[in-house]
Design a protein around this ligand. Structure first.
Ligand code: IPD
Ligand code: CA
Ligand code: CA
Length: 266
């Protein structure tokens, strides 16, 4: 395992422990809406601080693009793109589907990825050119040739992305006519890791952030899959993402394309 992945795994496990410790306390706080939101913010921040401190202890010159603390040293050769808790809504409800996501960018290119599911204690890792792994075992995307019989992950637009709902629902309708099933697990980084592991055949979502997709992007590439924009263009950490095994990726683009608005085409 690459030394950077080793450190990332250590950092992600520590963040995962912070999350799990606080999961037990969410129940006690559910009645206090504001307190509960503040509390979750504290969990996000504490998990992120743990990640940054762990990486910085070994690599003091590395920069970060982290969801809670933003961008530090963006000109550093190595920049870590971090979502300390992906799946906050699930976490709030004790719905056990959330993760820690970390990707290491070297001179602007993602070279290493770690996604950690603290509930199942599953760790997904990848380094460019070295394949993708789940708990040390090689993973690959599925070989499905069409959408027939496939299980497709997705995310429903919400909050600031609600204006995508109409085109999204048209895409949803088109894909659900062909696939065997659609799932909205609620943690985009883990959803992408599941594509890499062949647990789902493909995935698409609108309105994501770089920390949701950076690690999953490399995991899928290293697992033999494709990640792109809604028009099938090269993915560059933009908000809209389509992913899958090569054939399913193409099939998803074909179903999605007729429903794109001008904004979604960009
Ligand atoms: C969210 C999750 C969710 C996706 C949202 C993300 P967060 O991340 O990945 O699955 O639908 O768009 O913002 O806020 O829980 O870190
Ligand atoms: Ca997220
Ligand atoms: Ca988050």
């Amino acid at each position: 395992m690459h030394p950077l992945v080793n450190i990332a795994v250590r950092a992600a496990r520590r963040a995962g422990n912070v999350i799990l410790r606080n999961l037990n306390r969410v129940d006690a706080l559910t009645v206090v809406e504001k307190g509960r939101n503040d509390f979750v913010t504290e969990v996000d921040r504490a998990a992120e601080a743990e990640i940054i401190a762990t990486v910085q202890r070994s690599y003091p010159t590395h920069g970060f693009l982290a969801e809670e603390s933003g961008s530090t040293s963006p000109d550093a050769e190595y920049v870590w793109i971090v979502d300390p808790l992906d799946g906050t809504t699930n976490f709030l409800h004790g719905f056990p589907q959330f993760c820690v996501s970390m990707a290491a960018q070297y001179r602007g290119k993602i070279e290493h990825a770690v996604v950690y599911d603290p509930w199942r204690q599953e760790i997904f890792t990848a380094s460019r050119g070295d394949g993708a792994y789940l708990d040390g075992r090689r993973i690959r995307v599925t070989k499905a040739k069409t959408l027939e019989g496939t299980l497709i992950g997705t995310g429903f637009p919400y909050r600031e992305n609600l204006h995508y709902l109409d085109p999204y629902l048209a895409m949803f309708r088109a894909v659900s006519m062909k696939a065997a099933g659609l799932r909205r697990p609620g943690s985009a980084a883990l959803d992408l890791a599941y594509v890499a592991a062949g647990r789902t055949d493909g995935f698409w979502e609108l309105g994501l952030s770089p920390w949701d997709t950076a690690a999953g992007w490399l995991l899928i590439q290293e697992a033999g899959g494709m990640v792109g924009t809604l028009t099938g263009g090269e993915y560059q950490l933009g908000p809209h993402v389509v992913a899958g095994g090569p054939k399913v990726y193409e099939a998803l683009i074909a179903e999605i394309a007729p429903h794109l608005t001008d904004e979604l085409r960009r």
